[in-house]
Design a protein around this ligand. Structure first.
Ligand SMILES: [Zn+2]
Length: 100
């Protein structure tokens, strides 16, 4: 996996760590959420909480698929497509959180 640097804490994102991409760049899931918690208005905090749970699960799913080993050659393309789909879902949820 390519190396990314978190724009919030400045540390390199390690393989297996949850991270996402925003307009500002790559960011750890935890850094992104704690930043948004401070910025989002009180009446939208509940929405933020639910979207956080959703993104957490989606990112976990992404990591799980990435972690699959010993995949038959015939399945690799299918897995790649699925990975892209989950990645897209993560991107959409990230955007919803960014726009709150
Ligand atoms: Zn970070």
């Amino acid at each position: 996996m390519a190396e990314f640097k978190c724009f919030d804490c400045g540390k390199t994102v390690k393989t297996g760590e949850k991270f996402t991409f925003t307009k500002k760049g790559s960011v750890h899931f935890e850094c992104f959420i704690s930043q948004r918690r401070k910025e989002v208005s009180p009446e939208k905090q509940e929405t933020l909480r639910s979207l956080t749970v959703l993104l957490d699960k989606e990112l976990q799913h992404l990591i799980s698929v990435l972690d699959m080993r010993d995949v038959p050659e015939s399945l690799k393309e299918t897995l790649r497509v699925k990975y892209k789909d989950i990645e897209k879902a993560c991107g959409e949820t990230t955007r919803l959180i960014s726009d709150l």
